[in-house]
Design a protein around this ligand. Structure first.
Ligand SMILES: Nc1nc2c(c(=O)[nH]1)N[C@H]1C(S)=C(S)[C@@H](COP(=O)(O)O)O[C@H]1N2
Ligand SMILES: [Mo]
Length: 242
């Protein structure tokens, strides 16, 4: 861009000059963004087509209906927790024989798994095959000794965010509390240091900035569930809104 001339004596000329510069910059930017966007869209459409044709081990389509594949997670926002490992605590409680609280080192001492998962956001994007490392919710359930009457798991997060998942689905092999994605810690905006992961339900069921896992007898609809989103959130049934 050209250096801005001195317009002290001609403020009207200054306005016109600034406007012209602005329009030029905006036009150039639009072309670049449009080109980049078109290439990105072609690549994403290709991933989407491939995933539609694939089947999961459980026989379901790799891509739930109404979803498009993105190559990485979009940051969907939320009220961030502190994000550091030093202050991290995970409270495992509710209808259990032995409630306990883990710090980060304690979490790492439990049996670990590292397994790929696909995630599906209710806004329509899916991200396939990221590798997640962590501790299964079933491991936490066993350690706590959940009572036979427990039917739901409430994931608790910073600033009061919660989400509810049926016990059977929260303790399926795919569901965990995770602290690594593709070998790297989660960035703060994606839930550092530990987030829930219930990949076979819409992604709002995967609480970022996790602080607790509570096993309960009676259901407790969470933050989004009381704001019009579906209580169950199965992407293959498109359970988007309640
Ligand atoms: N604590 C907390 N967890 C949360 C949310 C939130 O607002 N707060 N948003 C949920 C929603 S709506 C989605 S789609 C995913 C987004 O995760 P991402 O930002 O890592 O893509 O996190 C879920 N977990
Ligand atoms: Mo979301």
């Amino acid at each position: 861009m050209a250096d801005r001339p001195l317009f002290d004596r001609y403020p009207e000329a200054a306005k016109a000059w600034d406007r012209r510069q602005f329009l030029q910059t905006a036009a150039a930017g639009t072309v670049v963004v449009a080109l980049g966007g078109a290439l990105w869209r072609l690549a994403a459409d290709d991933l989407t087509r491939k995933a539609r044709a694939e089947k999961r081990a459980d026989g379901r389509s790799r891509l739930p209906p109404g979803q498009r594949v993105l190559s990485k997670f979009r940051n969907m926002g939320g009220d961030e927790g502190p994000g550091d490992v030093k202050s991290f605590r995970l409270r495992v409680h509710g209808a259990v024989a032995s409630p306990f609280t883990l710090d980060y080192a304690g979490l790492l001492k439990l049996p670990q798994v590292e397994q790929p998962a696909d995630v599906h956001c209710v806004t329509g994007w899916s991200c396939l095959g990221s590798l997640f490392k962590g501790v299964r919710v079933s491991t936490l359930a066993e350690k706590a000794g959940v009572k036979g009457t427990v039917r739901h798991v409430i994931f608790e997060a910073a600033h009061g965010y919660t989400t509810n998942v049926p016990f059977a689905e929260a303790t399926a092999p795919a569901a965990m509390v995770t602290y690594r994605m593709n070998g790297k810690p989660f960035p703060i905006e994606h839930g550092a240091p530990v987030r829930g992961l219930v990949p076979d339900l819409y992604f709002w069921k995967s609480a970022k900035w996790l602080t607790g896992v509570k096993f309960v007898v009676d259901d407790e609809p969470g933050y989004w569930e009381v704001r019009g989103y579906h209580n169950h959130a199965d992407p293959w049934r498109e359970e988007r809104y309640g």
